[in-house]
Design a protein around this ligand. Structure first.
Ligand code: ZN
Length: 102
């Protein structure tokens, strides 16, 4: 429930995705800027990235994801590669931690 609220606050542009601060304002091009950490990001892009990530999590192919979301196959497959790279780094880090702690 709490996680849902955090998610809503971020997706509605109330909370900064970088520092968690609530003081955001909209720029002319509709992107958001944080008063606290001064980072700028697009809510539209964030939503799109989350949609792609969700499809990746459900193990839906890049081709099907691109059709479902109406995003080019190239963009989706590039994102999928990024996520796979992150997962690989995470797994390696976990393995390293488990071998050094035992
Ligand atoms: Zn911030």
């Amino acid at each position: 429930m709490i996680a849902k609220r955090v998610y809503d606050n971020i997706l509605l542009g109330r909370k900064c995705i970088f520092c968690g601060n609530y003081h955001l304002y909209r720029l002319k091009d509709k992107r958001l800027k944080c008063r606290h950490c001064h980072k700028i990001y697009s809510l539209k892009k964030l939503r799109k990235d989350l949609d792609i990530l969700y499809h990746f999590y459900l193990e839906i192919s890049a081709r099907k994801t691109s059709i479902a979301l109406g995003i080019s196959y190239r963009t989706v497959s590039r994102k999928f590669m990024e996520y796979m790279g992150s997962m690989k780094r995470l797994t390696t880090a976990k393995l390293l931690l488990s071998t050094t702690s035992t």
